[in-house]
Design a protein around this ligand. Structure first.
Ligand SMILES: N[C@@H](CCC(=O)N[C@@H](CS)C(=O)NCC(=O)O)C(=O)O
Length: 217
């Protein structure tokens, strides 16, 4: 399989890259320079007309939407460990519901906090404050959910990286993550995973290469 990931370091494409690293796929990655609005340029819109990362291209088939991409990777490599093994579609439903929650509910709330200007043509303080209030409740529930160690108890899943991406991005937008010690502990364990370390190294390498090529980031 020929796989290409269109990504921007620290964006939600980080979750897709972690999934690729975890299942052990060979892939190339292309940096979409979101600092220069590269996601809105015609060459990228020709690949993903929605103008978002991630985009994953597998043997010429274009996949968008993190939740759908992650589920597809799980279906392609069920032994890859993105989700714990289950008995069938009814049990699997919870995994799809959790992916849908991450992308459809958590992600927009996080963006309200980190990029409030995308949510209003007016002042941003109220938008961010509302996002923080919503996410405080989410982080209570995420903390409870992690009581067994990981989102699904004793074994890591890609949902752990997804919620990690959510709360770590919110923190960059001023969210008081220090109120949630369980998340600090979880964050350290997500970051310690070899697959995640490879993601950080690979994102950094893509930034270094882009700068060498003269891209302003
Ligand atoms: N629904 C999409 C959202 C992806 C998304 O919002 N990606 C952000 C980066 S985290 C992006 O590309 N933002 C660019 C923009 O909004 O202009 C998904 O879940 O994949």
């Amino acid at each position: 399989m020929e796989i290409t990931l269109y990504q921007f370091p620290a964006a939600c494409s980080r979750v897709t890259m972690n999934a690729l690293e975890e299942v052990g796929c060979d892939y190339s990655d292309v940096l979409v320079n979101m600092k220069a609005m590269g996601q809105t340029k015609p060459d990228y819109l020709a690949i993903n007309p929605k103008g978002k990362v991630p985009t994953l291209v597998i043997d010429g088939t274009i996949l968008t939407e993190n939740a759908a991409i992650l589920w597809t990777l799980h279906c392609l490599r069920p032994e890859g460990g993105l989700f714990p093994p289950t008995q069938g579609p009814l049990e699997d439903h919870q995994y799809r519901a959790d992916l849908a929650w991450c992308s459809g509910t958590m992600h927009p709330t996080v963006r309200q906090i980190r990029m409030p200007m995308k949510w209003t043509t007016g002042e941003t303080d109220g938008v961010r404050a509302h996002g923080i209030e919503t996410f405080l409740g989410d982080c209570e529930r995420i903390s409870q959910r992690l009581a067994g160690g990981w989102w699904y108890g004793t074994s890591w899943s890609i949902i752990d990286t997804y919620v990690y991406w959510g709360y770590s991005t919110a923190e960059k937008g001023g969210f008081p993550l220090d109120r949630f010690p369980a998340l600090a502990d979880h964050a350290a364990r997500v970051r310690a995973r070899p697959s995640f370390r490879r993601v950080i190294a690979r994102e950094q390498a893509s930034l270094d290469m882009a700068r060498i090529e003269g891209m302003v980031l």
